[in-house]
Write a protein that binds this ligand. Structure first.
Ligand SMILES: C[S@@+](CC[C@H](N)C(=O)[O-])C[C@H]1O[C@@H](n2cnc3c(N)ncnc32)[C@H](O)[C@@H]1O
Length: 520
Protein backbone atom coordinates (compact mmCIF):
# COMPACT_ATOMS: atom_id res chain seq x y z
CA UNK A 1 0.00 0.00 0.00
CA UNK A 2 1.23 3.52 -0.67
CA UNK A 3 2.89 5.46 2.13
CA UNK A 4 0.47 8.28 1.37
CA UNK A 5 -2.50 6.07 2.15
CA UNK A 6 -0.92 4.38 5.14
CA UNK A 7 -0.31 7.73 6.80
CA UNK A 8 -3.57 9.30 5.65
CA UNK A 9 -1.40 11.87 4.00
CA UNK A 10 -3.78 14.25 2.23
CA UNK A 11 -2.71 17.85 2.84
CA UNK A 12 -5.44 20.43 3.30
CA UNK A 13 -5.75 23.05 0.54
CA UNK A 14 -4.86 26.54 1.82
CA UNK A 15 -8.26 28.02 0.93
CA UNK A 16 -10.07 25.40 2.97
CA UNK A 17 -7.72 25.88 5.93
CA UNK A 18 -8.34 29.66 5.79
CA UNK A 19 -12.12 29.14 5.66
CA UNK A 20 -11.93 26.79 8.66
CA UNK A 21 -9.84 29.26 10.66
CA UNK A 22 -12.29 32.10 9.91
CA UNK A 23 -15.17 29.96 11.22
CA UNK A 24 -13.23 28.80 14.29
CA UNK A 25 -12.44 32.44 15.09
CA UNK A 26 -16.19 33.12 15.14
CA UNK A 27 -16.83 30.12 17.38
CA UNK A 28 -13.91 30.39 19.76
CA UNK A 29 -12.39 33.85 19.48
CA UNK A 30 -8.67 34.37 19.97
CA UNK A 31 -6.65 31.39 21.24
CA UNK A 32 -3.39 31.80 23.08
CA UNK A 33 -1.89 28.54 21.76
CA UNK A 34 -2.65 26.82 18.44
CA UNK A 35 -1.55 23.18 18.15
CA UNK A 36 -1.69 21.25 14.90
CA UNK A 37 -1.16 17.60 15.98
CA UNK A 38 -0.46 15.94 12.60
CA UNK A 39 0.73 19.09 10.90
CA UNK A 40 2.02 17.84 7.55
CA UNK A 41 2.82 20.94 5.52
CA UNK A 42 1.21 23.10 8.21
CA UNK A 43 -1.82 24.37 6.29
CA UNK A 44 -3.66 25.20 9.49
CA UNK A 45 -0.66 26.78 11.21
CA UNK A 46 -0.19 29.05 8.19
CA UNK A 47 -3.86 29.97 8.05
CA UNK A 48 -3.98 30.60 11.81
CA UNK A 49 -0.95 32.82 11.66
CA UNK A 50 -2.62 34.65 8.78
CA UNK A 51 -5.61 35.27 11.05
CA UNK A 52 -4.09 35.88 14.48
CA UNK A 53 -0.50 36.88 13.66
CA UNK A 54 1.75 37.18 16.68
CA UNK A 55 -1.15 37.28 19.16
CA UNK A 56 -0.66 33.59 19.94
CA UNK A 57 1.87 30.74 19.98
CA UNK A 58 1.90 28.10 17.23
CA UNK A 59 3.11 24.49 17.51
CA UNK A 60 2.98 21.65 15.02
CA UNK A 61 3.67 17.92 15.49
CA UNK A 62 4.27 15.55 12.58
CA UNK A 63 5.76 12.09 12.03
CA UNK A 64 7.15 12.68 8.55
CA UNK A 65 10.57 14.32 8.85
CA UNK A 66 10.50 15.77 5.35
CA UNK A 67 7.33 17.63 6.25
CA UNK A 68 8.85 18.69 9.56
CA UNK A 69 11.89 20.06 7.79
CA UNK A 70 10.07 21.83 4.99
CA UNK A 71 7.33 23.26 7.23
CA UNK A 72 9.88 24.46 9.80
CA UNK A 73 11.81 26.22 7.06
CA UNK A 74 8.71 27.86 5.70
CA UNK A 75 7.08 28.90 8.98
CA UNK A 76 9.89 29.44 11.48
CA UNK A 77 10.08 33.14 10.60
CA UNK A 78 6.54 33.45 11.95
CA UNK A 79 7.61 31.88 15.24
CA UNK A 80 5.89 28.57 14.39
CA UNK A 81 7.60 25.52 15.94
CA UNK A 82 7.34 22.10 14.33
CA UNK A 83 8.36 18.95 16.20
CA UNK A 84 8.97 15.56 14.71
CA UNK A 85 6.68 13.39 16.79
CA UNK A 86 4.71 10.19 16.33
CA UNK A 87 1.20 10.95 17.57
CA UNK A 88 0.67 7.70 19.41
CA UNK A 89 3.35 7.79 22.15
CA UNK A 90 3.12 11.60 22.59
CA UNK A 91 2.07 13.01 25.98
CA UNK A 92 -0.84 15.16 24.85
CA UNK A 93 -1.69 16.21 28.40
CA UNK A 94 1.68 17.84 28.69
CA UNK A 95 1.48 19.39 25.23
CA UNK A 96 -2.01 20.84 25.64
CA UNK A 97 -1.95 21.87 29.31
CA UNK A 98 0.77 24.49 29.50
CA UNK A 99 0.88 26.86 32.42
CA UNK A 100 0.65 30.06 30.43
CA UNK A 101 -1.83 28.93 27.81
CA UNK A 102 -5.35 28.00 28.77
CA UNK A 103 -7.13 28.97 25.56
CA UNK A 104 -5.54 26.22 23.56
CA UNK A 105 -6.96 25.47 20.14
CA UNK A 106 -6.25 22.05 18.63
CA UNK A 107 -6.62 22.49 14.93
CA UNK A 108 -5.96 20.32 11.94
CA UNK A 109 -6.65 17.25 9.94
CA UNK A 110 -5.73 13.77 11.24
CA UNK A 111 -5.23 10.78 8.91
CA UNK A 112 -8.64 9.55 7.74
CA UNK A 113 -7.73 5.91 7.30
CA UNK A 114 -9.06 2.93 9.22
CA UNK A 115 -6.79 0.03 10.00
CA UNK A 116 -8.79 -2.19 7.64
CA UNK A 117 -7.95 0.27 4.86
CA UNK A 118 -4.33 0.12 5.94
CA UNK A 119 -4.37 -3.65 5.98
CA UNK A 120 -4.42 -4.60 9.62
CA UNK A 121 -1.11 -6.34 9.73
CA UNK A 122 0.58 -4.34 7.02
CA UNK A 123 0.77 -0.93 8.60
CA UNK A 124 2.75 0.04 11.65
CA UNK A 125 1.07 3.41 11.99
CA UNK A 126 -0.98 2.38 15.00
CA UNK A 127 -0.90 2.87 18.76
CA UNK A 128 1.27 0.36 20.56
CA UNK A 129 -0.63 0.16 23.83
CA UNK A 130 -1.27 -3.31 25.20
CA UNK A 131 -5.01 -2.79 25.50
CA UNK A 132 -5.16 -1.63 21.92
CA UNK A 133 -3.22 -4.67 20.75
CA UNK A 134 -5.66 -6.95 22.54
CA UNK A 135 -8.59 -5.22 20.93
CA UNK A 136 -6.88 -5.54 17.60
CA UNK A 137 -6.33 -9.26 18.03
CA UNK A 138 -9.91 -9.82 19.02
CA UNK A 139 -11.35 -7.67 16.28
CA UNK A 140 -9.09 -9.26 13.71
CA UNK A 141 -10.43 -12.65 14.73
CA UNK A 142 -14.04 -11.60 14.62
CA UNK A 143 -13.54 -9.73 11.36
CA UNK A 144 -14.39 -6.41 13.01
CA UNK A 145 -10.98 -4.94 12.28
CA UNK A 146 -12.16 -1.44 11.69
CA UNK A 147 -10.16 0.68 14.06
CA UNK A 148 -10.43 4.30 13.01
CA UNK A 149 -7.13 6.12 13.56
CA UNK A 150 -8.67 9.60 13.52
CA UNK A 151 -11.27 8.52 16.08
CA UNK A 152 -8.53 7.29 18.39
CA UNK A 153 -6.53 10.49 17.92
CA UNK A 154 -9.50 12.79 18.48
CA UNK A 155 -10.55 10.98 21.67
CA UNK A 156 -7.01 11.22 23.08
CA UNK A 157 -6.82 14.93 22.20
CA UNK A 158 -10.19 15.77 23.77
CA UNK A 159 -9.27 13.84 26.90
CA UNK A 160 -6.14 15.96 27.18
CA UNK A 161 -7.82 19.26 26.30
CA UNK A 162 -8.34 21.79 29.14
CA UNK A 163 -11.93 22.98 29.77
CA UNK A 164 -11.08 26.36 28.34
CA UNK A 165 -9.68 24.85 25.15
CA UNK A 166 -11.33 23.79 21.89
CA UNK A 167 -10.74 21.30 19.11
CA UNK A 168 -11.49 21.86 15.43
CA UNK A 169 -10.57 19.00 13.12
CA UNK A 170 -11.45 17.88 9.63
CA UNK A 171 -12.51 14.24 9.62
CA UNK A 172 -15.07 11.81 8.26
CA UNK A 173 -18.54 12.70 9.51
CA UNK A 174 -18.79 9.16 10.81
CA UNK A 175 -15.60 9.69 12.84
CA UNK A 176 -17.00 12.86 14.46
CA UNK A 177 -20.11 10.91 15.38
CA UNK A 178 -18.13 8.03 16.85
CA UNK A 179 -16.02 10.42 18.93
CA UNK A 180 -19.08 12.20 20.29
CA UNK A 181 -20.78 8.89 20.94
CA UNK A 182 -17.76 7.82 22.96
CA UNK A 183 -18.02 10.86 25.25
CA UNK A 184 -21.83 10.81 25.38
CA UNK A 185 -21.70 7.20 26.53
CA UNK A 186 -18.93 7.68 29.06
CA UNK A 187 -18.33 11.21 30.35
CA UNK A 188 -21.09 13.47 29.04
CA UNK A 189 -21.53 16.07 26.32
CA UNK A 190 -18.88 18.41 24.96
CA UNK A 191 -19.92 22.04 25.00
CA UNK A 192 -20.57 23.62 21.57
CA UNK A 193 -20.35 20.36 19.63
CA UNK A 194 -20.79 21.18 15.97
CA UNK A 195 -20.37 19.30 12.72
CA UNK A 196 -19.89 21.44 9.61
CA UNK A 197 -20.07 19.44 6.39
CA UNK A 198 -17.33 19.97 3.81
CA UNK A 199 -17.01 18.84 0.21
CA UNK A 200 -14.38 16.10 0.48
CA UNK A 201 -14.53 15.35 -3.25
CA UNK A 202 -13.68 18.92 -4.20
CA UNK A 203 -11.02 19.37 -1.53
CA UNK A 204 -9.36 15.95 -1.25
CA UNK A 205 -10.74 14.03 -4.22
CA UNK A 206 -12.24 11.35 -1.99
CA UNK A 207 -15.87 10.25 -2.04
CA UNK A 208 -16.67 10.31 1.64
CA UNK A 209 -18.88 12.37 3.93
CA UNK A 210 -16.52 14.65 5.77
CA UNK A 211 -16.79 17.61 8.09
CA UNK A 212 -15.12 20.09 10.36
CA UNK A 213 -15.73 18.80 13.85
CA UNK A 214 -15.69 21.48 16.55
CA UNK A 215 -16.14 21.17 20.32
CA UNK A 216 -14.77 22.76 23.45
CA UNK A 217 -13.08 20.85 26.27
CA UNK A 218 -15.92 21.59 28.69
CA UNK A 219 -18.21 18.69 29.63
CA UNK A 220 -21.97 19.26 29.75
CA UNK A 221 -25.11 17.32 30.66
CA UNK A 222 -26.44 18.12 27.21
CA UNK A 223 -25.50 15.35 24.76
CA UNK A 224 -26.21 16.97 21.43
CA UNK A 225 -24.40 18.27 18.37
CA UNK A 226 -25.56 20.62 15.66
CA UNK A 227 -25.07 19.74 12.00
CA UNK A 228 -24.42 22.44 9.43
CA UNK A 229 -24.47 21.84 5.69
CA UNK A 230 -21.37 24.00 5.11
CA UNK A 231 -18.69 25.97 6.93
CA UNK A 232 -21.23 28.63 7.72
CA UNK A 233 -23.17 29.20 10.92
CA UNK A 234 -26.23 30.16 8.88
CA UNK A 235 -26.43 26.66 7.34
CA UNK A 236 -27.83 24.81 10.39
CA UNK A 237 -29.57 21.58 9.35
CA UNK A 238 -30.46 19.64 12.46
CA UNK A 239 -29.26 18.28 15.78
CA UNK A 240 -28.19 14.73 16.48
CA UNK A 241 -27.60 13.37 19.92
CA UNK A 242 -27.82 10.77 22.60
CA UNK A 243 -31.39 10.18 23.75
CA UNK A 244 -32.53 7.42 26.09
CA UNK A 245 -29.18 5.67 25.73
CA UNK A 246 -29.25 5.65 21.93
CA UNK A 247 -27.74 7.71 19.16
CA UNK A 248 -30.41 9.50 17.13
CA UNK A 249 -29.79 11.43 13.94
CA UNK A 250 -32.53 14.01 14.41
CA UNK A 251 -33.33 14.84 18.01
CA UNK A 252 -36.35 16.97 17.16
CA UNK A 253 -38.01 14.35 14.95
CA UNK A 254 -37.15 11.58 17.38
CA UNK A 255 -38.64 13.50 20.29
CA UNK A 256 -41.81 14.13 18.28
CA UNK A 257 -42.25 10.43 17.46
CA UNK A 258 -40.63 8.92 20.53
CA UNK A 259 -43.77 6.91 21.32
CA UNK A 260 -43.10 4.84 18.18
CA UNK A 261 -39.90 3.53 19.78
CA UNK A 262 -41.06 0.32 21.31
CA UNK A 263 -40.64 -2.84 19.31
CA UNK A 264 -43.25 -4.68 17.34
CA UNK A 265 -45.37 -7.80 17.74
CA UNK A 266 -44.26 -8.65 14.22
CA UNK A 267 -40.81 -10.15 13.89
CA UNK A 268 -38.50 -8.93 11.14
CA UNK A 269 -36.64 -11.70 9.32
CA UNK A 270 -33.70 -11.77 6.98
CA UNK A 271 -34.13 -13.11 3.46
CA UNK A 272 -32.76 -16.39 2.13
CA UNK A 273 -29.00 -16.91 2.19
CA UNK A 274 -27.03 -19.37 0.10
CA UNK A 275 -23.75 -17.62 -0.86
CA UNK A 276 -23.76 -19.18 -4.31
CA UNK A 277 -25.91 -17.04 -6.59
CA UNK A 278 -24.30 -18.41 -9.76
CA UNK A 279 -25.46 -21.89 -8.86
CA UNK A 280 -28.63 -21.36 -6.86
CA UNK A 281 -30.31 -18.57 -8.83
CA UNK A 282 -31.75 -18.87 -12.36
CA UNK A 283 -33.59 -17.04 -15.06
CA UNK A 284 -36.32 -18.94 -16.86
CA UNK A 285 -35.79 -19.41 -20.58
CA UNK A 286 -38.15 -21.44 -22.79
CA UNK A 287 -39.20 -23.72 -19.98
CA UNK A 288 -35.64 -24.32 -18.89
CA UNK A 289 -33.49 -22.68 -16.26
CA UNK A 290 -30.32 -20.69 -16.92
CA UNK A 291 -27.96 -20.24 -13.97
CA UNK A 292 -25.35 -17.54 -13.37
CA UNK A 293 -22.73 -19.68 -15.14
CA UNK A 294 -24.84 -19.49 -18.30
CA UNK A 295 -25.67 -23.17 -18.08
CA UNK A 296 -29.10 -24.20 -19.31
CA UNK A 297 -30.43 -26.88 -17.00
CA UNK A 298 -33.53 -28.91 -16.28
CA UNK A 299 -34.97 -28.91 -12.78
CA UNK A 300 -38.20 -30.13 -11.25
CA UNK A 301 -40.43 -27.28 -10.06
CA UNK A 302 -40.73 -28.64 -6.50
CA UNK A 303 -37.75 -26.81 -5.05
CA UNK A 304 -37.80 -23.75 -7.28
CA UNK A 305 -39.25 -20.51 -5.93
CA UNK A 306 -39.60 -17.02 -7.39
CA UNK A 307 -36.96 -14.63 -6.03
CA UNK A 308 -36.82 -10.89 -5.47
CA UNK A 309 -33.39 -9.33 -5.09
CA UNK A 310 -32.42 -6.11 -3.31
CA UNK A 311 -32.30 -4.31 -6.64
CA UNK A 312 -35.95 -5.29 -7.26
CA UNK A 313 -37.21 -4.11 -3.88
CA UNK A 314 -35.01 -1.02 -3.94
CA UNK A 315 -36.74 -0.08 -7.20
CA UNK A 316 -40.21 -1.01 -5.87
CA UNK A 317 -40.42 -4.04 -8.17
CA UNK A 318 -42.44 -6.92 -6.77
CA UNK A 319 -42.43 -9.03 -9.94
CA UNK A 320 -39.62 -11.56 -9.71
CA UNK A 321 -37.20 -11.83 -12.60
CA UNK A 322 -35.31 -14.75 -11.08
CA UNK A 323 -35.98 -17.99 -9.29
CA UNK A 324 -34.01 -19.67 -6.53
CA UNK A 325 -33.47 -23.26 -5.57
CA UNK A 326 -34.70 -23.75 -2.00
CA UNK A 327 -33.18 -26.91 -0.59
CA UNK A 328 -34.66 -26.82 2.90
CA UNK A 329 -37.77 -25.77 4.67
CA UNK A 330 -36.01 -25.10 7.97
CA UNK A 331 -32.39 -24.44 8.84
CA UNK A 332 -30.76 -27.82 9.39
CA UNK A 333 -33.27 -29.94 7.42
CA UNK A 334 -31.90 -33.06 5.82
CA UNK A 335 -31.45 -32.27 2.14
CA UNK A 336 -30.87 -35.81 0.90
CA UNK A 337 -34.61 -36.21 0.50
CA UNK A 338 -34.31 -34.17 -2.70
CA UNK A 339 -32.58 -37.18 -4.32
CA UNK A 340 -35.82 -39.21 -4.24
CA UNK A 341 -38.33 -36.44 -4.86
CA UNK A 342 -36.52 -34.45 -7.53
CA UNK A 343 -33.68 -36.46 -9.11
CA UNK A 344 -32.77 -33.81 -11.71
CA UNK A 345 -32.47 -31.17 -9.00
CA UNK A 346 -30.33 -33.51 -6.90
CA UNK A 347 -28.08 -34.25 -9.86
CA UNK A 348 -27.74 -30.53 -10.54
CA UNK A 349 -26.74 -29.92 -6.92
CA UNK A 350 -24.24 -32.79 -7.01
CA UNK A 351 -22.79 -31.53 -10.28
CA UNK A 352 -22.16 -28.18 -8.56
CA UNK A 353 -21.09 -29.57 -5.21
CA UNK A 354 -17.58 -28.18 -5.69
CA UNK A 355 -18.89 -24.62 -5.53
CA UNK A 356 -21.48 -25.34 -2.88
CA UNK A 357 -19.16 -27.33 -0.61
CA UNK A 358 -16.50 -24.65 -0.78
CA UNK A 359 -18.71 -21.82 0.45
CA UNK A 360 -16.47 -19.93 2.84
CA UNK A 361 -18.84 -18.91 5.62
CA UNK A 362 -18.48 -21.07 8.71
CA UNK A 363 -22.26 -21.22 9.01
CA UNK A 364 -22.25 -24.00 6.40
CA UNK A 365 -19.83 -26.17 8.34
CA UNK A 366 -21.26 -29.30 9.95
CA UNK A 367 -24.59 -28.73 8.22
CA UNK A 368 -26.32 -30.95 5.69
CA UNK A 369 -24.82 -30.64 2.21
CA UNK A 370 -26.37 -27.81 0.11
CA UNK A 371 -27.74 -26.06 3.23
CA UNK A 372 -29.24 -22.59 3.19
CA UNK A 373 -29.85 -19.98 5.88
CA UNK A 374 -32.51 -17.40 6.53
CA UNK A 375 -35.06 -20.10 5.96
CA UNK A 376 -38.05 -21.11 8.07
CA UNK A 377 -41.84 -21.27 7.92
CA UNK A 378 -41.84 -17.50 7.50
CA UNK A 379 -40.04 -17.87 4.14
CA UNK A 380 -43.06 -19.73 2.80
CA UNK A 381 -45.66 -17.21 3.97
CA UNK A 382 -47.94 -16.47 1.02
CA UNK A 383 -47.58 -12.68 1.35
CA UNK A 384 -44.76 -10.56 2.68
CA UNK A 385 -43.78 -6.98 3.33
CA UNK A 386 -40.14 -6.50 2.48
CA UNK A 387 -37.41 -3.89 2.22
CA UNK A 388 -33.93 -3.89 0.76
CA UNK A 389 -31.16 -3.31 3.30
CA UNK A 390 -28.82 -1.99 0.62
CA UNK A 391 -30.62 1.22 -0.27
CA UNK A 392 -30.80 4.45 1.66
CA UNK A 393 -34.55 4.59 1.53
CA UNK A 394 -37.22 3.20 3.80
CA UNK A 395 -39.29 1.89 0.90
CA UNK A 396 -41.43 -1.04 2.00
CA UNK A 397 -42.93 -3.23 -0.70
CA UNK A 398 -45.84 -5.69 -0.64
CA UNK A 399 -44.65 -9.03 -2.05
CA UNK A 400 -47.54 -11.11 -3.37
CA UNK A 401 -47.27 -14.81 -4.24
CA UNK A 402 -46.54 -15.63 -7.87
CA UNK A 403 -48.77 -18.26 -9.46
CA UNK A 404 -49.67 -19.43 -5.98
CA UNK A 405 -46.04 -19.82 -5.00
CA UNK A 406 -44.39 -17.91 -2.13
CA UNK A 407 -41.82 -15.40 -3.32
CA UNK A 408 -38.40 -15.46 -1.60
CA UNK A 409 -36.27 -12.37 -0.97
CA UNK A 410 -32.49 -12.48 -0.84
CA UNK A 411 -30.37 -12.12 2.28
CA UNK A 412 -29.76 -8.40 1.80
CA UNK A 413 -33.49 -7.84 2.40
CA UNK A 414 -35.68 -7.93 5.48
CA UNK A 415 -39.25 -9.12 5.60
CA UNK A 416 -42.34 -9.60 7.70
CA UNK A 417 -44.32 -12.71 6.69
CA UNK A 418 -48.06 -12.13 6.23
CA UNK A 419 -50.90 -14.60 6.03
CA UNK A 420 -52.92 -12.71 3.42
CA UNK A 421 -53.07 -9.67 1.20
CA UNK A 422 -55.05 -7.63 3.72
CA UNK A 423 -52.39 -8.00 6.36
CA UNK A 424 -49.54 -7.29 3.93
CA UNK A 425 -51.19 -4.12 2.63
CA UNK A 426 -51.99 -2.94 6.16
CA UNK A 427 -48.44 -3.46 7.44
CA UNK A 428 -46.94 -1.91 4.32
CA UNK A 429 -49.25 1.10 4.69
CA UNK A 430 -48.19 1.53 8.32
CA UNK A 431 -44.50 1.21 7.49
CA UNK A 432 -44.70 3.70 4.62
CA UNK A 433 -46.81 6.15 6.66
CA UNK A 434 -45.38 9.57 7.45
CA UNK A 435 -45.00 9.02 11.21
CA UNK A 436 -43.18 5.70 10.69
CA UNK A 437 -40.89 7.19 8.06
CA UNK A 438 -40.09 10.23 10.21
CA UNK A 439 -39.33 8.03 13.18
CA UNK A 440 -37.10 5.66 11.19
CA UNK A 441 -35.21 8.54 9.59
CA UNK A 442 -34.68 10.13 13.01
CA UNK A 443 -32.66 7.05 13.98
CA UNK A 444 -30.33 6.64 11.03
CA UNK A 445 -27.51 8.59 9.44
CA UNK A 446 -27.56 8.92 5.69
CA UNK A 447 -23.80 8.69 5.43
CA UNK A 448 -23.78 5.24 7.06
CA UNK A 449 -22.93 2.56 4.53
CA UNK A 450 -26.06 0.57 5.34
CA UNK A 451 -28.40 2.69 7.43
CA UNK A 452 -31.26 0.17 7.23
CA UNK A 453 -30.65 -2.60 9.72
CA UNK A 454 -32.83 -5.06 11.58
CA UNK A 455 -32.00 -3.26 14.80
CA UNK A 456 -33.55 -0.09 13.41
CA UNK A 457 -36.59 -1.83 11.92
CA UNK A 458 -37.36 -3.76 15.06
CA UNK A 459 -37.53 -0.55 17.10
CA UNK A 460 -40.61 0.71 15.28
CA UNK A 461 -43.80 -0.04 17.17
CA UNK A 462 -46.33 -0.91 14.49
CA UNK A 463 -49.04 -0.87 17.13
CA UNK A 464 -48.31 2.75 18.01
CA UNK A 465 -48.06 3.70 14.33
CA UNK A 466 -51.49 2.13 13.82
CA UNK A 467 -52.80 4.14 16.78
CA UNK A 468 -51.51 7.42 15.36
CA UNK A 469 -52.83 6.82 11.85
CA UNK A 470 -56.19 5.48 13.07
CA UNK A 471 -55.78 1.85 11.91
CA UNK A 472 -55.48 0.11 15.26
CA UNK A 473 -58.73 -1.83 14.85
CA UNK A 474 -57.53 -3.31 11.56
CA UNK A 475 -54.19 -4.25 13.09
CA UNK A 476 -55.78 -5.81 16.16
CA UNK A 477 -58.03 -7.87 13.92
CA UNK A 478 -55.01 -9.14 11.96
CA UNK A 479 -53.06 -9.93 15.12
CA UNK A 480 -55.97 -11.75 16.73
CA UNK A 481 -56.36 -14.04 13.75
CA UNK A 482 -52.61 -14.56 13.72
CA UNK A 483 -52.54 -17.32 16.31
CA UNK A 484 -53.95 -19.89 13.89
CA UNK A 485 -51.88 -18.69 10.95
CA UNK A 486 -48.96 -20.49 9.39
CA UNK A 487 -46.11 -18.74 11.12
CA UNK A 488 -45.63 -19.83 14.68
CA UNK A 489 -42.67 -17.47 15.11
CA UNK A 490 -44.60 -14.36 14.14
CA UNK A 491 -45.86 -13.73 17.66
CA UNK A 492 -42.37 -13.31 18.98
CA UNK A 493 -40.85 -9.91 19.44
CA UNK A 494 -37.36 -11.09 18.77
CA UNK A 495 -35.90 -11.10 15.33
CA UNK A 496 -34.22 -14.19 14.07
CA UNK A 497 -31.09 -13.64 12.10
CA UNK A 498 -30.04 -16.74 10.34
CA UNK A 499 -26.51 -16.92 11.73
CA UNK A 500 -27.85 -16.53 15.20
CA UNK A 501 -30.52 -19.14 14.75
CA UNK A 502 -29.81 -22.09 16.95
CA UNK A 503 -29.24 -25.21 15.05
CA UNK A 504 -32.74 -26.52 14.92
CA UNK A 505 -33.63 -30.09 15.69
CA UNK A 506 -33.79 -31.86 12.42
CA UNK A 507 -37.29 -32.24 11.14
CA UNK A 508 -38.54 -35.66 10.31
CA UNK A 509 -38.02 -36.57 6.69
CA UNK A 510 -41.74 -36.66 6.09
CA UNK A 511 -42.04 -33.01 7.07
CA UNK A 512 -39.67 -32.13 4.26
CA UNK A 513 -41.88 -33.74 1.66
CA UNK A 514 -42.78 -31.33 -1.09
CA UNK A 515 -46.35 -32.66 -0.95
CA UNK A 516 -46.65 -30.93 2.35
CA UNK A 517 -44.97 -27.80 1.01
CA UNK A 518 -47.62 -27.60 -1.65
CA UNK A 519 -50.24 -27.28 1.05
CA UNK A 520 -49.17 -23.69 1.79
C1 LIG B 1 -4.61 14.31 6.42
S1 LIG B 1 -2.92 14.77 6.56
C2 LIG B 1 -3.10 16.38 7.15
C3 LIG B 1 -1.88 17.18 7.22
C4 LIG B 1 -2.13 18.61 7.67
N1 LIG B 1 -2.61 18.62 9.03
C5 LIG B 1 -3.09 19.31 6.77
O1 LIG B 1 -4.23 19.53 7.21
O2 LIG B 1 -2.75 19.62 5.64
C6 LIG B 1 -2.42 13.80 7.89
C7 LIG B 1 -1.01 14.01 8.34
O3 LIG B 1 -0.81 13.13 9.44
C8 LIG B 1 0.53 12.71 9.43
N2 LIG B 1 0.60 11.49 10.26
C9 LIG B 1 0.18 10.25 9.96
N3 LIG B 1 0.41 9.41 10.97
C10 LIG B 1 0.98 10.14 11.96
C11 LIG B 1 1.44 9.83 13.27
N4 LIG B 1 1.39 8.59 13.73
N5 LIG B 1 1.96 10.82 14.01
C12 LIG B 1 2.04 12.08 13.54
N6 LIG B 1 1.62 12.45 12.30
C13 LIG B 1 1.10 11.48 11.52
C14 LIG B 1 0.79 12.46 7.94
O4 LIG B 1 2.17 12.45 7.66
C15 LIG B 1 0.05 13.66 7.33
O5 LIG B 1 0.90 14.75 7.16
Amino acid sequence: MSKQKEFGDFQTPNDLAAEVVALVAELFGLPDLVVEPTAGLGAFLSASHGKWGNACIYEGYEINRYYVHSTSQRLSDFGVRIYQQDFFPADWHQILRKENSSRVLVLGNPPWVTNSEQGILGSTNLPKKANFQRLRGFDAKTGKSNFDIAEWMLIRLIEALPESGAIAMLCKTMTARKVLRHFWKTEGGLESSNVFRIDAKANFDVAVDACLFFATGKRTEDRMATIYSSLNLASRVTEFGWVDGNLVSDVEAYTKFRELDGGSPYAWRSGIKHDASNVMEFSRCNGRFVNGLDEEVELEEEFVYPLLKSSDLGNRRATPRKVVLVTQRHTGDDTSLIRDVAPKTWKYLEDHSDQLDSRKSSIYQNRPQFSMFGIGEYSFAPWKVAISGLYKSFTFVVVPPENGRSVMVDDTCYLIPCKDEKEARLLCGLLNSKPAQSFLWSLVFEDSKRPITVDVLRRLSLVNVAKIVGRLDELTECMLSESDSLDDGQQQLSLVIEEETKYQTRRRRSEMAPEIWKGE
